[in-house]
Design a protein around this ligand. Structure first.
Ligand code: NAI
Length: 338
């Protein structure tokens, strides 16, 4: 079988090379919400990943079709679709569960507007993971990520199975966008570009640190502000361009596949570095996205913030009230609902 040996989102030339999978351990990965705009292309990309041996595709409807389709790709992973009440079966034995279930934004909506619907969906799915696959790593994509990750953590805490190393909010798309926009503006080879993005995953809480971008190219204040704003509004750019037909799905599937690849590499004994939204002591916010080291148990180390410019420190200060509000909304929801 051929499958991409993707280098994590912090590495170069992702998905560019192909490698055989000889010797890698068996890994079961589930996608919850696999019939959706993100779920379908993400399922395809995971089917191409040589680290995946079993791929469970769950949604409330439509997944036998997705699984039959994706399953015809001549790669290693055994692919099976699960619907409706088959959630327990889908997640049982999983090493990694990826959650893109829930409604996406329409023009004019913020990610917080999705809270009402998606909070309940995420809670239900996480409870099933806590019950049937308590050791699995969870990658949460469903928005608002700033709240759905705290909801995930609180649900698992209530069940007595929370391990902070295993719950990650997927913010890779923000990194992917920052790299693309920076490389485009400065005429760089995007394969060699790195841009840290910290904070959360909504508007002003998305904080790219262009002062630490590599290769380092001087930016005027106007360019810096333009790039920062474009990274923060990248999701809205797609929502508007799709004009009512949803939000980022293809670039998101790509980003989630990169992140999942890094998680699996870590599990398989090759530590990787990623930016992700996790349980954190880096700031006063109990959940925060920063650089982490992923290894055999998930998040091995959360790195602190260093060398930020005054402009970036101001951005951090500005985001805090919004970030804290979203975190608290998630915690309150999980507590009230339990
Ligand atoms: P979509 O509407 O195309 O797909 C969502 C899927 O979830 C549907 O197939 C639906 O049937 C399924 N679903 C709903 N309730 C479910 C349940 N209880 N169990 C299992 N499946 C369920 O939406 P799309 O575009 O795929 O987006 C999904 C989520 O990802 C949205 O919340 C969106 O805001 C978020 N997103 C996150 C990004 C990030 O960077 N973290 C970027 C882009 C979108």
């Amino acid at each position: 079988a051929i499958a991409p040996s993707a280098v994590g989102s912090m590495g170069a030339a992702p998905m560019a090379t192909f490698a055989t999978s000889a010797g890698s351990p068996r890994r079961k990965v589930a996608v919850l919400g696999a019939g959706g705009g993100i779920g379908q292309p993400l399922s395809l990309l995971l089917k191409l990943n040589s680290q995946v041996s079993q791929l469970a595709l769950y949604d409330i409807a439509g997944t036998p079709g997705v699984a039959a389709d994706v399953g015809h790709c001549n790669t290693k992973a055994q692919c099976k679709g699960y619907e409706q009440d088959k959630l327990a079966e889908a997640v049982r034995g999983c090493d990694l569960v990826i959650v893109p279930a829930g409604v996406p934004r329409k023009p004019g909506m913020t990610r917080d507007d999705l809270f009402k619907v998606n909070a309940g969906i995420v809670k239900g799915l996480v409870e099933a993971v806590g019950k049937h696959a308590p050791g699995a790593i969870l990658n949460i994509i469903s928005n608002p990520v700033n709240s759905t990750v705290p909801i995930t953590a609180e649900c698992l805490k209530a069940m007595g199975v929370y391990d902070k190393r295993k719950v990650m909010g997927v913010t890779t798309l923000d990194v992917v966008r920052a790299k693309t926009f920076y490389a485009e503006m400065k005429g760089l080879d995007v394969a060699n570009v790195d841009v840290p993005v910290i904070g959360g995953h909504a508007g002003a809480t998305i904080l790219p640190l262009f002062s630490q971008a590599t290769p380092k190219v001087p930016l005027s204040q106007e360019e810096l502000e333009g790039l920062t704003k474009r990274t923060q509004d990248g999701g809205t750019e797609v929502v508007q361009a799709k004009a009512g037909k949803g939000s980022a799905t293809l670039s998101m599937a790509y980003a989630a596949a990169l992140f999942a690849d890094s998680v699996l590499r870590g599990l398989n004994g090759t530590p990787t570095m990623e930016y992700t939204y996790v349980d954190s002591n880096v700031t006063e916010a109990p959940y925060f996205a920063s650089k982490v080291k992923l290894s055999t148990e998930g998040v091995e180390k959360v790195f602190g913030l260093e060398g930020m410019t005054d402009y970036e420190k101001e951005g951090l200060k500005t985001m805090m009230p919004e970030l804290m509000k979203s975190i608290n909304a998630g915690i309150d929801f999980a507590k009230e609902a339990s």
